[in-house]
Design a protein around this ligand. Structure first.
Ligand SMILES: [Zn+2]
Length: 74
C-alpha cells in the first residue's frame, strides 16, 4: 500500500507498533498494535478495525501489565 502522505514515495508495510493514547486523562501505551508503517517517512496508519479494537481494549482495561516512566519534552 502506498504511503498516504502527499509526495512521499514510500510503501507501507504491516508491522506492529507501540501506540500511545490519552484515555480519561491518563496516558496509555499499548504494545503490539498491528499497523501499516511507511518505510520512508515512518507514517503510521491504523485501520478503523484496529482503532475500534483499541477503544474496546481501553474500555475493558483493568490494571496495566507493566508501567513505564513518562518523560516530557521540555
Ligand atoms: Zn511515507
Amino acid at each position: 500500500m502506498r504511503c498516504s502522505i502527499e509526495g512521499c514515495p514510500g510503501e507501507c508495510e504491516q508491522r506492529t507498533v507501540v501506540h500511545t493514547v490519552r484515555h480519561r486523562g491518563s496516558i496509555v501505551v499499548i504494545e503490539g498494535v498491528p499497523a501499516e508503517v511507511c518505510s520512508v517517512c515512518g507514517h503510521v496508519l491504523l485501520t478503523p478495525e484496529t482503532v475500534r479494537h483499541l477503544e474496546r481494549l481501553l474500555e475493558q482495561r483493568e490494571e496495566p501489565q507493566r508501567t513505564a516512566p513518562l518523560c516530557r519534552y521540555a
